[in-house]
Design a protein. Sequence first.
Length: 264
Amino acid sequence: MRVHVVSDVHGNADALKRAGDGADALVVLGDLLDFVDYHDHDKGIMGVLFGAEKVGEFARLRREGTRDETVAYSRTLWATLDDPAAAVDEAVREQYSTLFASMTAPTYAIPGNVDAPSAWPEFAGEGVHLADGEVVSIGGLRFGFAGGAVLPDGVLPRPRKGAAWRPYLRAREEFDAAVSLLDEVDVLCTHIPPAVPELTYDVVARRAELGSRALLDLIRRQRPRWSVFGHVHQPLAARRRVGHTECRNVGHFKETGQPYVLRW
């Protein structure tokens, strides 16, 4: 069997069309949407809505400014739209229409934090299985899926009034409960990594993303062959072995255009 795994697609539909070539199945670990394109400022949802110059300033503030400066500037941008939520929804649907049509191999997909999973059933056609929270048999191995990212401890998933966009962030208790339902897993498929420092630290952003202790506990308890994930675009380490399990960041697919290959 040969299964190709991708994560952090961020709008790269052209590469996604080729991701399943030669594979028995394609696994997509989320972040399909290109919301802020930090390389091509005229692309992504914010580029479409506000233009390259304004997105460039937003990107500069993300790199060099304070959080308060970035938030304040972002609010001035959204205030220029008559109906920000409707504008974002239209842009999300346009991207999903293209991205889901690009999944040509038998596909098992979960959302990342830069996704709107409530819209997925509308776009997932025949051959695309929405696998979040499920254990699925592929080629005789049990694949367990858990999507989204976790909120910091003590932060509740309360939507900000009037927010045009809400990332798919789950309370830790909710995420942990979903992980607890994955039983006798041979391949653990998630958007975020287990809570291993080398796997959660992004060397370009110079900060640690939130990993999951529940995923690490499952790995130690169930000893799957592989744990595959994305989320951290430039990890300190792309792989680590935890006991019997090969833990692997499958890569920033938007930039690499190359799937990670599982064979057995």
